[in-house]
Design a binder for this molecule. Structure first.
Ligand code: GP9
Length: 412
C-alpha cells in the first residue's frame, strides 16, 4: 500500500486517471528479443568518425517507423555490474547495491518477464558466450524463470576476446534456436547478452569494420569505437536474418546498454569532447545508455523522456498487454511510453539518494542540502535545486521499498 501511494496507485505507469495506457497490448502475442549491449554508451549512437557512421545499424533502426528510441535513459546497476543490468531489465526491481542480485536473490522465484510470459505460453531462452557461472547466472536464470540458457560450450570459440566467441557467433547459434521455435509456432522471449564490446575493447583485425582517425590509434577511445561499431555490425546480421526468414514482422525487438564503457581516467572528458566534437561528462554522458524498442506496425518516436533500466520491464509489459498488477508483479519503474515525469534512482556508482529527474542529476552530500545538482541537457551545475527536495525524499523511500520487497519474494 505504501508503494501504491508512492507511485500513485498505478504500478508501472503514471499517476493518471484510470483507463487503458497508450499502446497497451500493441505487441500482444509477438515474439520478443531483448538485446543487452555490453559497455554501450548512448553517445555512440549516431556518431560519425572519419565520415563513417559508428552505428549504421542502430541508426537505420531508429529511423524505422516502428521504433521508440529513448535518448535519456541511464544505467542503474549495482555491485553485480553486467548481471545487475539483466536483473533490472527483467524485473523492474532496483538492485540493492550491496551485493550482486544474482548472488543475493537467486534462491527466489522472481516475478520477472520470463516467468510472467511462461504463463502466457512463451518459452524463454538466454544466450551468453561466457561461462554461465560468471556472476552466478546458472542460479539467476532459473530465478528469473528462463526456460533454458545457452553458454560457452554452445558456441564455437572464434577467439574474439577473453570472454570467448564473437557476437556474430552468439547470434548464429541463437537465431537457429529461435527459428525453430518460430517454425513450430511456439512464441518466445529471448535475451542476448553481447560481450564483443567488453573492456579493454580490443577487436581482432579480421573483425574490424571501421577505420579510426590516427589520433585515436592505441587509445581507449579508438578501441571503444571499433568495438561498439563491431557490436552494431553483428546486430545487423541478426536483424537481416530475422527479416529474411519472415520473423521480423512477428517480433518485438528491445535493445539497451548495460553500463558505461569508457574509464574516466584513461579517457578524460576533454579528450572525448575534442576528438568526437560532442558534449560529454563523466556522469550524465557516461551513464547514459541507449534504449530502443521496435514494434512492427506501430508508429514509434524518439523521446527525451528520462528513464532508467528499471523502466524497461514495465515498458515491455505494457506493449505486450501484460497487466502487472493482475500478474502479481510489483515493479519500481514506469512504462516510459506512458510517462511524462520521472525520477530514477542510482546507487553504487553514485551515493545512495542520487537521482535523475526530467531536469537534473542530483548527487547528495551528507543529505539533500549539501548535495549538488547538474542540468541534464547542459551538464552545468544548478545552484538552486531546492524545488527538487520532494524527488529526493521520493527516491529514497521508493528504493527502500524496493529493497524490502525483494526480501519478501518467495523462495523457489
Ligand atoms: C561476463 C560478462 C562481463 O560474463 O558479462 O561482465 P562485466 O565484467 O561487464 O560485469
Amino acid at each position: 500500500e505504501a508503494l501504491a501511494e508512492l507511485v500513485g496507485g498505478h504500478f508501472g505507469g503514471e499517476a493518471t486517471e484510470a483507463g487503458t495506457p497508450k499502446l497497451f497490448g500493441a505487441a500482444k502475442g509477438k515474439n520478443v528479443i531483448v538485446i543487452q549491449l555490453e559497455s554501450f554508451q548512448d553517445m555512440m549512437v549516431g556518431l560519425t568518425v572519419n565520415g563513417q557512421e559508428v552505428t549504421p545499424v542502430l541508426n537505420d533502426l531508429i529511423s524505422d517507423d516502428g521504433s521508440f528510441y529513448f535518448t535519456n535513459v541511464f544505467q542503474q546497476i549495482g555491485q553485480g555490474n553486467t548481471s545487475d543490468a539483466e536483473w533490472n531489465v527483467n524485473t523492474g526491481i532496483y538492485p540493492t547495491g550491496t551485493e550482486a542480485m544474482s548472488k543475493g536473490y537467486s534462491d527466489r522465484a522472481v516475478p520477472a518477464l520470463p516467468r510472467l510470459l511462461a504463463s502466457e505460453g512463451y518459452v524463454s531462452n538466454t544466450f551468453h558466450v561466457n561461462d554461465v557461472t560468471f556472476w552466478d547466472r546458472n542460479q539467476m536464470y532459473p530465478a528469473l524463470g528462463f526456460t533454458k540458457y545457452y553458454d560457452k560450450p554452445d558456441f564455437k570459440n572464434d577467439q574474439f576476446n577473453a570472454l570467448g566467441a564473437s557476437d556474430e557467433e552468439m547470434y548464429r547459434v541463437g537465431f537457429d534456436v529461435l527459428k525453430q521455435h518460430y517454425e513450430e509456432g511456439q512464441p518466445f522471449y529471448a535475451q542476448f547478452i553481447t560481450t564483443s564490446s567488453h573492456h579493454p575493447f580490443w577487436v581482432p583485425e579480421k573483425f574490424k569494420h571501421i577505420e579510426i582517425p590516427a589520433s585515436l590509434e592505441k587509445k581507449q577511445l579508438g578501441y571503444y569505437i571499433e568495438a561498439t561499431n563491431y557490436t552494431d555490425y553483428a546486430l545487423g546480421l541478426l536483424i537481416e536474418n530475422l527479416k529474411q526468414s519472415g520473423m521480423w514482422d512477428d517480433t518485438m525487438l528491445v535493445i539497451y546498454g548495460d553500463h558505461f564503457g569508457l574509464q574516466a581516467k584513461e579517457t578524460p572528458v576533454e579528450f572525448v569532447e575534442e576528438e568526437l566534437g560532442i558534449q560529454y561528462d563523466d556522469r550524465i554522458g557516461r551513464f547514459n545508455v541507449p534504449f530502443l524498442v521496435h514494434v512492427p506496425g506501430v508508429q514509434g518516436e524518439t523521446s527525451a523522456q528520462v528513464g532508467g533500466q528499471v523502466d524497461i520491464m514495465p515498458t515491455i509489459a505494457n506493449l505486450l498487454g501484460l497487466d502487472l498488477k493482475e500478474k502479481g508483479a510489483t515493479v519500481f519503474g514506469k512504462d516510459l511510453i506512458n510517462t511524462t515525469r520521472n525520477v530514477i534512482g542510482m546507487r553504487y556508482y553514485l551515493p545512495t539518494g542520487s537521482f535523475f529527474n526530467d531536469d537534473i542529476l542530483f548527487v547528495p552530500g551528507e543529505g539533500f542540502d549539501d548535495g549538488k545538482a547538474y542540468d541534464i541537457e547542459t551538464m552545468e551545475p544548478v545552484a538552486d535545486f531546492s524545488q527538487y527536495r520532494q524527488d529526493y525524499d521520493y527516491i529514497l523511500s521508493l528504493m527502500k521499498l524496493s529493497d524490502e520487497y525483494v526480501k519478501l519474494l518467495p523462495k523457489r
